[in-house]
Design a protein around this ligand. Structure first.
Ligand SMILES: CC(C)(COP(=O)(O)OP(=O)(O)OC[C@H]1O[C@@H](n2cnc3c(N)ncnc32)[C@H](O)[C@@H]1OP(=O)(O)O)[C@@H](O)C(=O)NCCC(=O)NCCSC(=O)CCC(=O)c1ccccc1C(=O)O
Length: 261
């Protein structure tokens, strides 16, 4: 597969997957998601790879979720080679790949971009990184992993605060809440992530695989709701409420959801 929206390289025992749409703050479209899934499977199959680093181009954003401009123009997140919109399959492969996935957060991790880092095994953040959910501002949400798994990490009260108020949190706040494992200066982010990848790659791959699936086992029941949430979100995406959210984003104004209450 030819990548247009991401970069893939192997450095030592680390596969480095870079979301490469800095002109859209690394927001994803259907093609981006399809390429990410492909790259994760490539890293899964590569014997020399012991860990995956997921990061993004530039120093402004890790990923700000679904590309709202594409959605506003086309009514979807655009086309993919296989014709599918597979955000849930991306979440699944991050959980299923039997190698640690290290998120290296180089800026804003917002909306669907925040959900992706939450699902990674560990997160290292640049000092200037910002975290939060934004979906309800544009009539979108992830009521699957994005809600239930987030609550496991930060607790119910904090998870509900994150979703119900759509605020942004600093890297220090994210560290205090257990959302990230370490904060480093932006200039040291990739080197730090590579050091973590090297360290874990020296350990028994079978033990790591067992542990990852052991951790996953405890939260696996959330998956039952993931598919339901995806179908519900697709239906929400076809409503006037969704159109108002996306149009307001493009117009750079506050949405008026009053008629949908
Ligand atoms: C990220 C911001 C907080 C940054 O703010 P700021 O620094 O002030 O910069 P801006 O001037 O706002 O933005 C700069 C530039 O980038 C464009 N941009 C920003 N975000 C997006 C985006 N998401 N899509 C497209 N373009 C974007 C912005 O328009 C500016 O462009 P100019 O041309 O220069 O004007 C702030 O920008 C912000 O809050 N952004 C919106 C974040 C957002 O709403 N994200 C989408 C949330 S919904 C979502 O992610 C879908 C989820 C999903 O599909 C899903 C479905 C089912 C299960 C799971 C999922 C899932 O988890 O993904």
């Amino acid at each position: 597969m030819n990548y247009e929206d991401i970069l893939y390289e192997v450095d030592g025992a680390a596969a480095i997957i870079t979301i490469n749409r800095p002109q859209r703050m690394n927001a994803f479209r259907a093609r981006t998601v399809e390429e990410l899934i492909h790259a994760f499977k490539r890293a899964w199959a590569a014997r020399e790879v012991g860990a995956v680093i997921l990061t993004a181009a530039g120093d402004r954003a890790f990923c700000v979720g679904g590309d709202q401009k594409v959605f506003n123009e086309t009514g979807s997140y655009g086309v993919s080679e296989n014709g599918l919109w597979e955000i849930d399959a991306l979440h699944t492969v991050i959980r299923d790949i039997p190698k640690p996935v290290i998120a290296a957060i180089n800026g804003h991790a917002i909306g669907g971009g925040h959900v992706i880092h939450v699902l990674c095994d560990v997160t290292i953040a640049a000092e200037h990184a910002k975290f939060g959910q934004a979906g309800p501002r544009v009539a979108s949400c992830d009521a699957g992993w994005g809600a239930a798994y987030l609550a496991r990490i930060v607790g119910e009260k904090r998870a509900r605060e994150i979703w119900f108020f759509c605020r942004q949190y600093t890297a220090q706040q994210a560290l205090d809440w257990g959302l990230v494992n370490k904060i480093v200066p932006g200039s040291e982010l990739l080197a730090e992530a590579k050091a973590w990848a090297k360290e874990t790659s020296a350990l028994s791959p079978t033990a790591i695989r067992l542990l990852k699936y052991g951790f996953n086992n405890d939260s696996a029941q959330i998956f039952g709701g993931v598919k339901m949430a995806a179908v519900a979100l697709e239906l929400l995406g076809n409503t006037a409420e969704s159109s108002e959210g996306k149009q307001a984003f493009v117009d750079k104004r506050a949405p008026d959801f009053s008629q949908f209450r």
